[in-house]
Design a protein around this ligand. Structure first.
Ligand SMILES: Nc1ncnc2c1ncn2[C@@H]1O[C@H](COP(=O)(O)OP(=O)(O)OP(=O)(O)O)[C@@H](O)[C@H]1O
Ligand SMILES: [Mg+2]
Length: 451
C-alpha cells in the first residue's frame, strides 16, 4: 500500500539517545526502535559528544541533568557538528526552566519525565520530517535560482560584476565575457539572460570547439535540404532557435577563421543565411560570447579577426580568478557543500569545520571555482563522519595528486572512482549501484572486492 510505504520511509533514521540512567535510555530507545528508528544509546554526556563527532544522526534525545557532561553540552556539540540536527530534551518535572533555556539555545523541543512515549514518538517524527523538508527545500531553491542569485560571492569584485550584469542585462548589446577557465563565465552568461527582458525566451549555448568547422556552421546558421550529403531535411540552426533570446557562443576564441568571417556578416547585417541558401533571414538574438583565451595575442597572430572582436566586445565583462577574491571562498564552499550533500544523501557529511574553510581560503585554486567545487564534492562523497576538517582536504588532495598532475589516469582508475561515487550515492547498496551503472551485480562485486 502506498501510504504504508510512505510512513515507513519517513520513519527511517538514526537517533542518538543520551541518559545517564541506562534503564531510562533503554525504555526510550526500545520504544523508538519499535517504531522503526535505528537508535544508539550513550549513558554519559562525554560519550555522547564523542559519538556526535564520529557519526551522523538524524536526531538527538538527551537528558538535561547528567553527572559528567550535561545536556547543554550535548546540545552544543550537536549544533557544532550539524546546526540543523534536531535535539529533544528530556527533563524532570522540576527542570522546566532549564528546558526552556535549552530551547533558547536551539533545542527543538522538550518532554517532561515520566516520558509519555507516544508523545515522544510524535515529536521525533515531526522533527525529522521538518528537517528533511528544510533540506529538500534548500536543494530545490539552490537548483532553481537561475539569475543573479546563482552567483555566490560578495567580494568587491563580485559585487561590481553583479552590478554590471544588472546594468547591461536590459540591453541587446553584445557582451564578451573573459576570464580564466572555471571562473564562472557560463554562469555569468546565464545570469545576464535571466536578469534581462529576454528571460522567458530561449537561452541557447553553443561550444565553438565542440564541432568540426562545417558542422558548426550548419549548426549555427542552419541549412537547406540537400545543402550537403546527408542533409535530407532543412534545419533552422541555433540563431533561429534562439530568436528573441540569447545565443551564448562559448570558447569564441577557438572559432575557426572561416566561420569568424561568416559570424561577422551575421552580426553586421542582423540576418543569417542557412548553408546552401542565397536568402538571409533576419533574427533578433542577443549575442553573449566567452573565452579564456588571450584574444589580443590571437589577434596579433592572425588567429582571431579584429573586426569581429570589436563587434562582439561591445560590453566587456571580466570574471576575476578566484585567487583574487579569496573572501568569496567561505560562501562558495558552503554553497557547494549544501549542493553536494543534497546530491549525496547517504554521505554522513553535515558540516564544514571552520579550520577547513580557512584552509580552503588560503589555497590558490588554479582551476578556480570549478576546482573548488570538485574538491568539495569529493570530500562529501568520501566523508567518513559528519564534520569535515582539514584532514578531509588532505585526503582528497593526496588522492588527486596520486591520480592527477600531468599523468593520464588509466581507464581502470577512472572507473574505480566512478564506481565508488555511485556506491556512496546508493549508501553502499551494490545491487542498486549495479543497476545505475548498467552492469551485472556480479561484475560490481568482483570489481569492488579487490580492495
Ligand atoms: N560565483 C559562483 N557562484 C556559484 N557557482 C559558481 C560561481 N562561479 C562558478 N560557479 C560554478 O563553477 C563551475 C564552473 O563555472 P563555469 O562553467 O561558469 O566556468 P567557465 O568560466 O565557463 O569555465 P570554462 O572556461 O572552463 O568553460 C560551475 O559549476 C558553476 O556553476
Ligand atoms: Mg565555460
Amino acid at each position: 500500500m502506498a501510504s504504508r510505504r510512505l510512513t515507513s520511509a519517513a520513519l527511517s533514521g538514526r537517533i542518538l539517545v543520551v541518559d545517564d540512567h541506562p534503564a531510562m535510555a533503554a525504555v526510550v530507545s526500545e520504544a523508538l526502535s519499535d517504531a522503526g528508528w535505528t537508535c544508539e544509546v550513550e549513558t554519559g554526556g562525554q560519550a555522547a559528544t564523542a559519538a556526535l563527532r564520529d557519526r551522523a544522526f538524524d536526531l538527538v534525545i538527551t537528558d538535561l541533568r547528567m553527572a559528567d557532561v550535561d545536556g547543554f553540552d550535548v546540545l552544543a556539540a550537536a549544533r557544532d557538528t550539524d546546526p540543523d540536527l534536531p535535539v529533544i530534551i528530556m527533563t524532570a518535572f522540576g527542570g522546566i526552566d532549564s528546558a526552556i533555556e535549552a530551547m533558547r539555545r536551539g533545542a527543538h523541543h522538550y518532554v517532561t519525565k515520566p516520558v509519555r512515549l507516544e508523545e515522544l514518538r510524535l515529536h521525533v517524527e515531526r522533527a525529522v520530517a521538518e528537517r528533511r523538508l528544510r533540506r529538500e527545500h534548500r536543494a530545490l531553491h539552490a537548483a532553481s535560482r537561475g539569475g543573479l542569485d546563482a552567483l555566490v560571492g560578495s567580494s568587491p569584485a563580485m559585487r561590481a560584476l553583479a552590478d554590471l550584469i544588472t546594468r547591461v542585462a536590459p540591453s541587446p548589446a553584445p557582451v564578451l565575457i573573459r576570464g580564466e577557465s572555471g571562473t564562472g563565465k557560463e554562469l555569468v552568461a546565464r545570469a545576464l539572460h535571466a536578469a534581462g527582458p529576454r528571460r522567458d525566451r530561449p537561452f541557447v549555448a553553443v561550444n565553438c570547439t565542440a564541432l568540426p568547422e562545417t558542422l558548426l556552421e550548419s549548426e549555427l546558421f542552419g541549412h537547406v535540404r540537400g545543402a550537403f550529403t546527408g542533409a535530407t531535411t532543412a534545419r533552422a540552426g541555433l540563431f533561429v532557435e534562439a530568436a528573441g533570446g540569447t545565443l551564448f557562443l562559448d570558447e569564441i576564441g577557438d572559432m575557426p577563421p572561416a566561420l569568424q568571417a561568416k559570424l561577422l556578416r551575421v552580426v553586421q547585417l542582423g540576418e543569417v543565411r542557412p548553408v546552401g541558401s542565397d536568402d538571409g533571414q533576419s533574427v533578433d538574438v542577443r549575442l553573449v560570447s566567452a573565452t579564456h583565451r588571450d584574444l589580443e595575442e590571437r589577434m596579433r597572430s592572425g588567429a582571431f579577426r579584429e573586426d569581429l572582436y570589436y563587434r562582439l566586445d561591445v560590453v566587456p565583462v571580466v570574471v576575476p580568478p578566484l585567487r583574487e577574491r579569496s573572501e568569496d571562498i567561505p560562501a562558495l564552499a558552503a554553497h557547494f557543500f549544501a549542493q553536494s550533500c543534497a546530491r549525496n544523501p547517504h554521505s554522513p557529511a553535515r558540516r564544514l569545520a571552520p579550520e577547513l574553510v580557512a584552509a580552503l581560503a588560503r589555497e590558490s585554486w588554479p582551476g578556480n571555482v570549478r576546482e573548488l567545487e570538485n574538491h568539495i564534492e569529493r570530500m562529501v562523497v568520501v566523508a567518513t563522519g559528519p564534520r569535515l576538517g582539514v584532514e578531509a582536504l588532505d585526503r582528497v588532495r593526496t588522492a588527486a595528486a596520486s591520480g592527477g598532475g600531468d599523468r593520464v589516469r588509466t581507464l581502470r582508475e577512472v572507473q574505480d572512482e566512478h564506481i565508488a561515487q555511485v556506491l556512496a550515492r546508493c549508501g553502499g547498496n551494490k545491487t542498486r549501484a549495479a543497476e545505475l551503472l548498467g552492469v551485472d551485480p556480479s561484475t560490481l562485486h568482483r570489481r569492488t572486492r579487490r580492495d
